[in-house]
Ligand binder design. Structure first.
Ligand code: GLY
Ligand code: MN
Ligand code: MN
Length: 446
């Protein structure tokens, strides 16, 4: 039986908040499936991961489940899940079943998923709006359209099927932008475990080891502290591989004199951490490596300074860009004035991604990066508020080229931490692993 969160109250509170929001828009019914199981090869499945929106509202992590919320004079929360199945449970483990699930997860009622086709059309009747994800996969989209058609078919005089389909993801993305205390607690755990894993990899690194050996150190540390999985595919990239932004942990040998870039974080109780550190395989940064490394740290610090209420999501990116661009000019990687380089975008040859993203149940979390507003109009960047969590991850990637000083060739660096916006600034949740070059070198000597 999949373990539920100890305290189900935050999930009930989120359902109540969503229902209040729906009521304010005229009421309706929300219908949301969890994620399907996915086959890996032949009859082997990928490890199952529930849908993040579904989990956010339910805490329920079994596959084959739907959530139905009805906003009206008398709000109702319903769960549809797999019925108990003694034979199947011998192979796959215990299932909650509707009766126990309703009780344990705080639903008004729960039913077998096998009753969906009978029950859903009736539930849709007389609801002014259907709140459901826009991007349902083929199977679930077809089911939903079938229930709507059946509701229309059942409509008798005075009874109607919903006339509007609203994207449930929009409402949930707005809610998920501000983390509640339980979410922050899970994110702190994910951050702490992930920081420990990076520190472990730093201590373990030696010239001659393979990238995958460092990946093994990360995975060991994640799992032994109770993290359920990596939050995304770990990147362990030695030397020039670090210039490939989505390079996975590979089988290259880490050479004396190489840097190794590790971008890895665990998922703890469904919440992600996302950390990158770049360190010298032999324990000491060379001069050119150190120059660019310190630049990314300074850029990150500049971004962290403006990661606070009253500033926008984009301010950190602009602050980091200024530091990186000036540094690239100082190191003779770029020519011209700071304003000229920022204006022309010449820096993008060495820094081609943005400085951060929302973080939460998903590593690139739900949440609009702009303030809400009419479609078609230029909307301002989202203003930061306490409870938002975002990454700050400047980097520099230098590929060999005739007009680039050879001492910088094949250096790829990123420095990434996870920032919780507080009342007065931000707290970096992932500093359990050092970022300062001297501190990293000291840790590697241990
Ligand atoms: N690890 C994915 C990212 O940094 O965005
Ligand atoms: Mn990131
Ligand atoms: Mn990352």
């Amino acid at each position: 039986m999949s373990l539920p969160p100890n305290d189900i109250t935050p999930f009930q509170q989120r359902r109540a908040r969503l229902l209040a929001r729906m009521r304010a828009q005229g009421g309706g019914i929300a219908v949301l499936p969890t994620a399907p199981a996915a086959m890996r090869n032949r009859d082997a499945e990928h490890p199952y991961r529930h849908d993040s929106d579904f989990y956010y509202l339910s805490g329920f992590i079994e596959p084959e489940a739907w959530l139905v919320l009805i906003a009206g004079a008398d709000d109702r929360s319903l769960l549809f899940c797999r019925p108990r199945h003694p034979e199947q449970e011998i192979w796959e483990g215990l299932r909650w079943g509707p009766e126990a699930a309703a009780e344990r997860f705080g639903f008004d009622d729960a039913h077998s998923i096998e009753t969906l086709d009978q029950v859903l059309p009736d539930l849709l009747l007389d609801q002014p709006a259907l709140y459901a994800p826009m991007g349902l996969d083929d199977t679930r989209g077809k089911q939903m359209r079938g229930w709507l058609a059946a509701a229309r078919g059942r409509a008798r005089a005075g009874r109607r099927a919903p006339e509007q389909w609203r994207d449930l993801g929009v409402a949930l993305a707005e809610m998920r932008l501000i983390k509640d205390p339980d979410e922050i607690a899970a994110m702190r755990r994910a951050a702490r475990i992930s920081a420990g894993a990076h520190a472990r990899a730093m201590r373990a690194a030696r010239p001659g080891m393979h990238e995958y050996e460092l990946e093994a150190e990360l995975l060991y540390e994640f799992r032994r502290h109770g993290a359920q999985a990596p939050a995304y595919g770990s990147i362990v990239a030695a030397g020039a591989n670090a210039c490939v932004l989505h390079y996975p942990a590979g089988d290259a040998v880490m050479k004396d004199g190489d840097l190794v870039l590790i971008d890895a974080g665990c998922e703890f109780d469904s919440y992600a951490a996302d950390i990158t550190r770049t360190f010298p395989v032999n324990g000491r940064y060379s001069g050119p490596q150190r120059a660019l490394y310190d630049l990314t740290v300074a850029a990150q610090e500049a971004a962290a300074q403006v990661t606070r209420p009253g500033r926008s999501f984009n301010d950190g990116h602009l602050a980091a860009l200024r530091v990186l661009a000036q540094g690239l000019i100082d190191e003779k990687l770029l020519e011209g004035s700071l304003d000229g380089v920022l204006e022309s975008g010449a820096y993008s040859r060495f820094y081609m991604h943005r400085t951060g993203h929302w973080l939460g149940l998903d590593v690139h979390d739900a949440g609009d990066y702009r303030e809400p507003g009419p479609i078609g109009e230029e909307r301002p960047w989202r203003m930061l508020q306490p409870g938002m969590v975002l990454t700050i991850e400047p980097g520099l990637y230098v590929r060999p080229a005739d007009d680039v000083p050879a001492r910088f060739w094949d250096i790829g660096i990123r420095t990434e931490d996870d920032a919780l916006v507080t009342d007065t600034g931000c707290e970096l949740l992932t500093r359990g692993v050092p970022v300062d070059a001297r501190e990293i070198e000291a840790l590697m000597r241990e």
